[in-house]
Design a protein around this ligand. Structure first.
Ligand SMILES: [Zn+2]
Length: 421
């Protein structure tokens, strides 16, 4: 009897240790889009989460903007009431978030493709396979995340003396379309037989870091689909306990000006830290970029979601512009022209401080301002708000194709403009 009990306990323990944490579900959660007009409304809107449980998906960047907010069934009535009291107009853009997420299920065992979203292991296994099969790829682990996961890089170089383009993916954990697109591009560069793409790989080197935030990404798969930051305990607590994570695209050191606009809660999803350059993931990325000779890297593209923008430096101001801003605008225009021809997706381009809002600490500003890379940008991928952060997986391939077309056109224009000279 005793033996049986012990055996039963052992098998229970084995079961427990192999079981993954249960991912949060969003049954009957709605996504609202709230249109905040003036500063007075904004001040009140910012405080909503102090009263009821809501998840604001957008960084508070000022009035005259819309903010997407996830609200569970328990709080929907109160939330609507608060918005009505504040005279903030709103739409319900997703009626049942779980139903929408279920349209893009993740099969953990499915081999890599660009029809579905994949977990980290599948993405990394595919990267390793490519590295094994092609001797012109130089693959390196550039560092490790807070929880010890590798951050992998692939450098494609077929000719001595080429200049390089850096592509960075998934620094924001929940933006799955980012690493899906970055690996789509990498796959095209390696395996496409299209002459234009092959020429891109003969004439330029490509440095790809598909997953800057592996801890956050794994967390979005296993626990909370809507996580944005990394997973380092940031030293603060709020009423729900310890705060985790730093928004790593607010932590780069160029005109860094605090945690961001209006951060009052260090548990916020866009908390940029107490000081810049605190996160080991972005330090690894910075060291890696800095390990190359000056002048070798000529373009730096960071992929994000959503909104269909090519955001140029600067982020920290909307009254000062980079010395070669006009040139960067012409190159960004070329990307937009190439991309729109594929499926009609319109990309808007301009300084992020103008198009988005004034906020500092982004990779593209560091790459431009500190590393002197003459063309840098953040590409906000599809869509323009229909699905927002929950872009269904049946759009991955189209996004990959339109961005590849945009890139072809961008690189050609950048070459014309002398960026690679
Ligand atoms: Zn992002």
């Amino acid at each position: 009897m005793k033996v049986l009990l012990v055996l039963a306990l052992i098998s229970l323990a084995a079961l427990a240790s192999t079981r993954k944490p249960l991912a949060a579900r969003y049954d009957n959660f709605k996504v609202y889009r709230a249109y905040v007009k003036d500063s007075e409304q904004l001040e009140e809107f910012k405080k909503i989460h102090q009263h009821i449980q809501v998840h604001i998906l957008h960084e508070i960047g000022g009035p005259n903007r819309s903010y997407d907010v996830i609200v569970g069934p328990l709080f929907q009535r109160t939330f609507e009431q608060v918005l009505n009291d504040l005279e903030v107009a709103y739409d319900v853009i997703v009626e049942d978030l779980q139903a929408l997420l279920d349209e893009s299920p993740v099969d953990e065992d499915a081999p890599m493709d660009w029809e579905t979203y994949h977990p980290l292991d599948v993405i990394y296994d595919w990267v390793d396979e490519q590295c094994d099969e092609h001797d012109y790829l130089e693959c390196k682990v550039i560092g490790h995340s807070y929880e010890g996961r590798p951050i992998k890089s692939v450098r494609l170089s077929k000719r001595e003396g080429n200049k390089a383009i850096v592509i960075e993916g998934n620094i924001h954990a929940m933006e799955w379309i980012s690493s899906a697109t970055v690996t789509f591009i990498l796959n095209q560069l390696i395996n496409s037989e299209d002459d234009d793409i092959q020429r891109l790989t003969e004439e330029f080197d490509w440095i790809v870091v598909p997953m800057v935030n592996p801890d956050g990404f794994v967390y979005t798969h296993e626990v909370e689909r809507l996580w944005r930051k990394n997973r380092r305990p940031n030293g603060y607590t709020n009423s729900s306990g310890p705060c985790y994570g730093i928004d790593m695209n607010r932590n780069f050191d160029y005109h860094w000006s605090g945690a961001g606009w209006g951060i009052e809660d260090p548990c916020d999803h866009w908390f940029g830290g107490d000081e810049p350059n605190t996160e080991r993931e972005i330090l690894a990325l910075q060291d890696f970029v800095s390990s190359f000779d000056d002048g070798y890297i000529r373009a730096y593209l960071a992929f994000h979601a959503y909104g269909q923008y090519v955001l140029l430096p600067y982020g920290h101001t909307n009254t000062e512009f980079p010395p070669n801003y006009d040139q960067m605008m012409r190159i960004a225009a070329a990307f937009a022209d190439g991309a729109v021809d594929a499926f009609g997706s319109v990309f808007t381009y301009g300084a992020s401080g103008l198009l988005n809002y004034v906020v500092s600490g982004a990779a593209k500003d560091w790459a431009y301002g500190v590393k002197d890379i003459p063309f840098t940008c953040t590409v906000e991928l599809r869509d323009k708000g229909t699905f927002g952060f929950f872009l269904p997986s049946n759009q991955i391939t189209e996004v990959g194709v339109e961005v590849t077309e945009g890139l072809k056109s961008l690189v050609a224009k950048a070459a014309d403009e002398g960026i690679f000279d």
